[in-house]
Design a protein around this ligand. Structure first.
Ligand SMILES: [Zn+2]
Length: 420
């Protein structure tokens, strides 16, 4: 592809169409406070899929689904039998979610395909626009369900049997969703993919704070979750000298303070959060007999994440203050690094288009994580206002959305002509 052709694809991106479609989709599940409640496999999810399929059908793009309901909408390539390049994200939201998280990646992908069609551009490989089922995990755990099942990281049978708080199974909710947004084609789980690239709002403040339009995502940081339970002895707060106590909460406070020191770093890269604390019997005049807290630890570097997480038990032991304690690791997810070739394709494209850009780490997890082991993968971030997401206040600027879609379209065209 020559440079002139590339410029014209980027300029064929229609920012008004892209914005309009966000506003139309945001009506499905709209909340009174300007957000969206469109939880996975709900009637609203079905309506959103049907709306997308309508836009796709108008361009001759045909949809198909896999056994967990991931939706693939194809723009054919010259080589019909070849593995596709895949782009997309998710249409489900948090209960008090916004108009952009996930939706942007789907609609920017559709816009890229439409721009190609507007230009009559033919690619060698087919391009599939994917809508991953249940990325948010707020109705049915876990998060990134569809992409995890696709990649074989979650078993299909057990996932289909998962129930929401009302007792509805994924299986039944999926059948209703597919009835509301019917497609004829069926695809197997884990079919070969030539390359994967997902656009997303950053969900953090870094691009906005540094005045950059495009983030070339290098890695999704890893995560380790721990539950720490401390058992002391209940005693009278007035009669028991402090030296004789085994105060479970006092131990918890000392442990947390020491863990804060362990994980403090000059570059402010380590994420360390104690988000849940319990104390029992939770009485003002009784020395606590039991305390419990969780640790959410994240870092983009696997060795650092391993080193810090592995020290938690020893730090707790040094601060137990005579109490017994247990440390249980409940989740461990290694960092997922993106393909250097795709990171540099995003960077080079942004530079060529005159868009400010930087390399960036993803603090949140994404469906793209499950593609990293399967094919060259990458992500493009655009800024969102004050880094806010999972919120009805979530907001993004039209010019940033257009810029991200331009980069996405160019990189898709490159990958679908060169990727083997
Ligand atoms: Zn998302």
């Amino acid at each position: 592809m020559g440079n002139g052709e590339k410029t014209s694809l980027a300029s064929a991106i229609d920012g008004n169409r892209l914005w309009r479609r966000h506003m139309e989709l945001a009506r499905i599940g709209a909340t009174a406070r300007g957000g969206v409640n469109r939880q996975a496999l709900s009637p609203e999810d079905g309506k959103a899929r049907a709306m997308l399929l309508g836009w796709a059908a108008a361009r001759g793009f045909v949809g198909s689904v896999d056994p967990i309901g991931n939706l693939f909408i194809r723009r054919p390539g010259r080589d019909a039998a070849a593995a596709p390049v895949v782009t997309g994200s998710h249409l489900d939201t948090q209960p008090t979610g916004g108009k952009f998280d996930g939706i942007y990646g789907v609609l920017a992908g559709l816009e890229a395909l439409e721009a190609m069609s507007d230009l009559g551009l033919r690619t060698r490989l087919p391009i599939d626009l994917v809508v991953w089922t249940n990325e948010e995990g707020s109705r049915f755990p876990p998060t990134t369900m569809g992409s995890a099942v696709f990649a074989g990281a979650l078993p299909l049978d057990r996932t289909l049997a998962t129930r929401d708080a009302a007792g509805v199974s994924v299986d039944d909710a999926l059948a209703a969703t597919l009835a509301a947004a019917p497609v004829e084609g069926r695809r197997p789980l884990g079919f070969p993919i030539a390359a994967y690239i997902e656009a997303h709002i950053e969900q953090g403040p870094i691009l906005e704070a540094t005045g950059k339009m495009i983030g070339a995502v290098t890695v999704i940081q890893g995560l380790r979750w721990f539950s720490i339970e401390i058992l002391g002895q209940a005693a009278h707060a007035g009669t028991t000298p402090r030296r004789r106590r085994r105060d479970a909460f006092s131990a918890a406070v000392a442990m947390v303070a020491a863990l804060e020191r362990l994980t403090a770093d000059e570059t402010d890269t380590v994420r360390f959060t104690v988000g849940r604390v319990e104390v029992a019997p939770n009485s003002p005049n009784t020395v606590p007999s039991r305390a419990f807290f969780t640790v959410d630890l994240r870092h983009p570097d696997a060795a650092t994440l391993a080193r810090l997480g592995d020290q938690i038990e020893a730090v707790c032991r040094a601060n137990a203050r005579g109490c017994e304690f247990t440390v249980a690791e409940t989740i461990r997810s290694e960092p997922a690094a993106f393909s250097p070739a795709i990171v540099s394709a995003v960077t080079a494209t942004a530079r060529r288009l005159g868009l400010s850009h930087m390399e960036i780490v993803s603090g949140a997890t994404h469906d793209a994580k499950f593609m990293t082991g399967r094919c060259p993968s990458g992500m493009i971030f655009i800024p969102c206002r004050e880094g806010v997401s999972h919120s009805e206040e979530e907001d993004a600027r039209p010019e940033h959305m257009t810029a991200g879609a331009r980069v996405l379209a160019e990189v898709l065209a490159e990958l679908s002509n060169s990727a083997e």
